[in-house]
Structure formats: C-alpha cells, structure tokens
Ligand binder design. Structure first.
Ligand code: HQG
Length: 177
C-alpha cells in the first residue's frame, strides 16, 4: 500500500476512534474499543471502504503505534476527545517529562500550567526530541520541561499509553521549567 493511502486511513481512524465515532454510526465501548466488522461496515457505508488487510497493515506500520488491534476489536491508544476509560494503571513517571508546544502558547502555559484542552489528558513525551516534533506540528516549537517526579511525589497521577505517551490530568505551572 502506498504511504499516502496509509496516512489517509490512519487519519480516518483517528477521527472516528478518538473524536467522532457517531459521524459514521459507530459505537465504542467504555474502553474505546470498536468491533472491527462494525468499523469496516460503517466506513464502507460512509464512502470510505477499507479492507481488513489494509486495516491490519495501517495498525502494524503506524509511525506512532496509535492503534491497538486485539482479535476482532480495535481502539486508539491515546488522544481521545470523547469520554473513554483506557483503564491504564497509575505508574511512577521518570523525573522529567517534556511537552512541545508552538511558541505562541508558551506564555499562557507558563501562567496557567498545561491543561488538556480538547483532549482527555495532557500529553507528555519521554524525551525532548519527541516533544519538539509534537510542538512543531503547529509552528516553531518550544519544549517545556515538566518536573514529573516531584509532581508524583506531591500526589499527581501519571499514566502511560501503550505507545509510550505519558498522560496527566493537568500540569500546574510550578512544575514547569
Ligand atoms: C496547548 C499528537 C494555552 C498544548 C501528538 C497544545 C501528541 C495550552 C494544545 C498528541 C495550554 C493542545 C497531543 C494553556 C495546553 N494555554 N495552550 N494553558 N495548555 N496548551 O493537539 O500535546 O499524532 O490537544 O501545548 O503527537 O499538542 O494525534 O495536544 O499545543 O501526542 O497521535 O494546547 O497529539 O499525536 O493540542 O498533542 P493537542 P498536543 P497524534
């Protein structure tokens, strides 16, 4: 499959497994899982036919391992705006985590901390380089350093998605460098 088709399918999955399943009449369970046959039917009915083989390929080669296929079900492993319970355990974070953002957000973030905005959690990266790439999606990036170890010691909870994205409810400004 060519790279353009792969990206197109991945974006289609992100839209409907993270944000707007109802747009194609798809129902996700509490954990965010869709039944694969339901997803393929719904996509076909809404003018975007995907084969099972294509779906498996996209999940397997996805650059960020955004999707989990488990037998006959599939879900996005992070990034939701709709209510889902990924049922991830609380785990101790590394001392430092990183958040990349476009420069224009930095002042507001330094003032009020990191908020989940349209998503269910604040997304943090384990390394500076990944964070820089995340920030660069929308402009010249700055990378903020989060004192995650100190936050956890103060009682804040961290979880990590299956693809290694760290998730926190919010990051108060006093933990940002
Ligand atoms: C910013 C992609 C002003 C925040 C990436 C970000 C990631 C504030 C934007 C994943 C703020 C929200 C998530 C505040 C936060 N004032 N701006 N107080 N608090 N922000 O897309 O972290 O490719 O929801 O800095 O790789 O950019 O989709 O979050 O710029 O892992 O798999 O508000 O999305 O993954 O934007 O990206 P987003 P994000 P995928």
């Amino acid at each position: 499959m060519d790279a353009r088709r792969t990206v197109k399918i991945s974006k289609y999955l992100a839209k409907h497994l993270r944000h707007r399943p109802e747009r194609i009449g798809l129902t996700l369970d509490a954990g965010g899982w869709a039944r694969v046959p339901d997803l393929l039917d719904a996509a076909a009915r809404h003018g975007f036919p995907i084969t099972r083989a294509e779906l498996e390929h996209v999940v397997a080669v996805n650059d960020k391992r955004r999707y989990a296929l488990d037998g006959d079900r599939i879900r996005a492993v992070q990034g939701h705006s709709i209510e889902v319970d990924l049922d991830l355990p609380v785990v101790p974070p590394p001392d430092l985590l990183y958040h990349g953002t476009p420069e224009r957000h930095a002042e507001s973030i330094r003032r009020e901390g990191l908020r989940p905005m349209g998503r269910h959690a604040v997304h943090l990266s384990a390394d500076d380089e990944t964070a820089r790439r995340v920030g660069a999606r929308r402009g010249a990036p700055v990378v903020l350093v989060v004192e995650a170890g100190r936050m956890a010691a103060d009682g804040h909870e961290f979880r990590v998605s299956a693809n290694g994205v760290w998730l926190a409810g919010a990051v108060p400004p006093e933990y940002l460098r």
